[in-house]
Design a protein around this ligand. Sequence first.
Ligand SMILES: Nc1ncnc2c1ncn2[C@@H]1O[C@H](COP(=O)(O)OP(=O)(O)OP(=O)(O)O)[C@@H](O)[C@H]1O
Ligand SMILES: [Mg+2]
Length: 272
Amino acid sequence: MMQLRAETTPWLEVKDLSVSYKEGIPSLRDISFSMKQGEIIGIVGESGSGKSTLIRALLGLLPVGGQYSGGEITFRDWVLLRDSQQNWRGMRGKRIAMVFQDSGSYLNPIRSIGSQYVEAIRAHFPMSRKEAWGLAVRTLARMELDDPERVLHSYASQLSGGMKQRTAIAMAAALEPELLLADEPTSALDVTTQNEVMSQLSKLCADKGTGMILVTHNMAIAAHMADRIGVMLDSRLVELGDTLRVISNPEHAYTRKLLDAVPELEGNKHDQ
Ligand SMILES: Nc1ncnc2c1ncn2[C@@H]1O[C@H](COP(=O)(O)OP(=O)(O)OP(=O)(O)O)[C@@H](O)[C@H]1O
Ligand SMILES: [Mg+2]
């Protein structure tokens, strides 16, 4: 039954979404797509094409100066955006969460990681401190952070950049959002750590049925992680399709150009 529902009902639906920062210069133009429950969509595209703007727009968190100039966003039964009316209350953090490139650097430097973590969990779940601490330990362990207790007793300055970023990702995942919006969550990490954190993140998503929109510069990561790949160019979503189809038979010239730059995907392509 669940399967049938998931197959037929759009879960996140975005229609003709447009955003601009300045009058007359759109950063998103008529973006439309829908997403099934638990799906992972990878978004790639050149710098400045609107990827971060899209992620922020989906969460109603446009930077100062950003404006919705049209479109609709619905998530399950909720209308999040219609006629420029925004209604994200109760969604952020709990049902839809976001991690970005430097999430780790937003940890409060003057409070222990544990107290922030426990507070975030208790803001969303009716739990005792002790239960919340236990949940924090389990999620950190699943991010394969050694000695989660030590991490929780630490202050941000006592952790490496990679540890902070993993902690921030684990914290977002601990709240069990239904949809995770991730804007280059690992691009500040070294390549080995990037791959590890990505695979832990995809495991967490698979376990909990969490859907994800993952923005990445790295086509190989998108190909590895995503059910579908979307390609952005100059404020438009110029291609969106099943990962295998996009890689083996890209429709847009710009997608072909991106693929040509990734030698390890070469074997999957048939040039035409
Ligand atoms: N806070 C802002 N104020 C004004 N313009 C902005 C702001 N943020 C982004 N823009 C503009 O919107 C467009 C899209 O930017 P965005 O950050 O969404 O691109 P991106 O695809 O995420 O790029 P990158 O890959 O470099 O992160 C760009 O032209 C950018 O200059
Ligand atoms: Mg960006």
